[in-house]
Design a protein around this ligand. Structure first.
Ligand SMILES: *Cc1c(COP(=O)(O)O)cnc(C)c1O
Length: 436
């Protein structure tokens, strides 16, 4: 059997398709997280057997250069020996204690050294928990109830954040998911990303009620979208003026562009930072932290409750320490420059070939949108030609490149990607674009 895709059918995926059939009998949609099911691109997902560095290998033995990188978690690439070593060592000593360990303090030290706005931190097991808890904390601290989030920013699947804006920009939104009640989201206000004017208007009208503004300092869940100049600084000003807690969701951006957060690059400090993905080195680990005065509202010191059986799990924390120790020695500027060059060449090529395509990039992540207009917010991102994206995705897969199976995701370079990978990927993109 061959790849079940409307387009070209080149590589074999017999085993993956059989496994997917069986998985669908037991797992909902055959997966444990929706985007893995390839619904956005059609066809059957690849089942991954193993991975090393920049390469993933599927059950049929196909090898791909990976740009999903566990959705950005693997800044050092797959199965980095130092990280795997730390995991093995930790596992030998016990998998979970439900009691404090030295390693938690060590990881906390490294993180607050790298991100000085984090004076105190709390470890949790997923980015969703981090943002959900940060919002609870902001509400507990300010004694206010409303929050502002931006359209197209993803903060995990916590009910109150599962909201997309309706067409009216300042309207109180509709839930994005069945099971999320109107009551849960009535205190969530959604504003277009990069729209400081609307943000100001809404804050001026509601400032006594707004506990927090939560934002991805570089948006990476509608595809990559950079904050416009002044956007984050203005958010900081607004929050200062009205006593609103500014939450940077750095679950993707933390340790992505520099050994620290996007906040270090932009020189804007939030009150609370959410981290996840990279800090766990591929294990379930996330965190939220910030100003001591706010963090100490958390139980057992303060009255905001939040807990976790596996929070600060010793294996995950040791994987995190190993990851950050290696990352501290890596040349982020070098990597960012490489990817910047990569994207510049791509832009030049696209311009000369008159393909309707926009390259958005930040540091080592990028997205190709199939629209010629600039993409600075979610409405513009949605102008993309999804049919073209689908064709592009499969053309890339057929050239041995595994991109995110959705237009509204970033592609992630890691320190493990080689010049050869970049060259091969560049050629594959040219070929794929020409085939559209
Ligand atoms: C992935 C992500 C989350 C959610 O993290 P999970 O570990 O999947 O719960 C939250 N915020 C951002 C910006 C993310 O990219």
């Amino acid at each position: 059997m061959r790849c079940v895709h409307p387009q070209k059918k080149v590589f074999k995926n017999k085993i993956s398709s059989l496994l997917f059939k069986e998985a669908q009998r037991y797992l909902v949609g055959g997966v444990n997280s929706p985007v893995r099911a390839f619904r956005a691109v059609g066809g059957s997902p690849l089942f991954i057997k193993s991975a090393k560095g920049s390469i993933i290998v599927d059950e049929d033995g196909n090898r791909f250069i990976d740009y999903v990188m566990s959705w950005g978690a693997l800044m050092l690439g797959h199965a980095h020996p130092k990280v795997v070593g730390a995991i093995k060592q930790a596992a030998d000593k016990g998998t979970s204690f439900g009691a404090p360990t030295r390693a938690e303090t060590e990881l906390a030290k490294i993180i607050s050294y790298a991100i000085p706005s984090i004076e105190k931190i709390r470890f949790v097991s997923s980015g969703t928990e981090a943002t959900m808890s940060a919002i609870r904390l902001a509400r507990g601290f300010t004694k206010r109830k409303k929050i502002i989030k931006f359209e197209g920013c993803y903060h995990g699947h916590c009910d109150s954040l599962l909201v997309k804006a309706g067409s009216g920009i300042s309207t109180f939104s509709c839930p994005d998911s069945l099971g999320v009640t109107q009551a849960t989201i009535k205190d969530t206000i959604v504003v277009p990303y990069n729209d400081i004017k609307t943000t100001k208007q809404i804050v001026q009208r509601n400032f006594r009620d707004i506990a927090a503004i939560i934002v991805e300092p570089v948006a990476a869940n509608m595809g990559v979208v950079m904050p416009q100049i002044g956007f984050l600084a203005e958010l900081r000003n607004i929050c200062n003026r009205y006593g609103i807690i500014l939450i940077f969701d750095e679950v993707i951006t933390g340790f992505r562009f520099t050994f620290g957060g996007a906040q270090n690059l932009f020189g804007i400090e939030p009150d609370i930072t959410c981290l996840g993905k990279i800090i766990g080195g591929g294990l379930p680990l996330a965190a939220y932290g910030g100003r001591k005065q706010i963090m100490e509202y958390l139980c057992p010191v303060g009255g905001v409750y939040q807990a976790g059986t596996l929070s600060g799990n010793p294996i995950a924390v040791n994987a995190g320490i190993a990851t950050l120790k290696v990352l501290a020695t890596m040349d982020y500027l070098w990597l960012n420059r490489k990817i910047s060059d990569f994207c510049q060449s791509l832009k030049i090529l696209i311009r000369s070939s008159k393909i309707n395509c926009t390259v958005n990039h930040a540091g080592s992540i990028f997205t190709l949108f199939f629209t010629e207009k600039p993409v600075t917010n979610y409405a513009q991102a949605k102008h993309t030609d999804i049919q073209k994206f689908k064709k592009f995705f499969w053309a890339m897969l057929n050239s041995g490149i595994y991109c995110a199976p959705s237009q509204f995701e970033a592609n992630f370079f890691s320190f493990a990607h080689t010049d050869k990978d970049r060259e091969k990927t560049f050629q594959a993109i040219i070929k794929a674009l020409k085939s559209l």
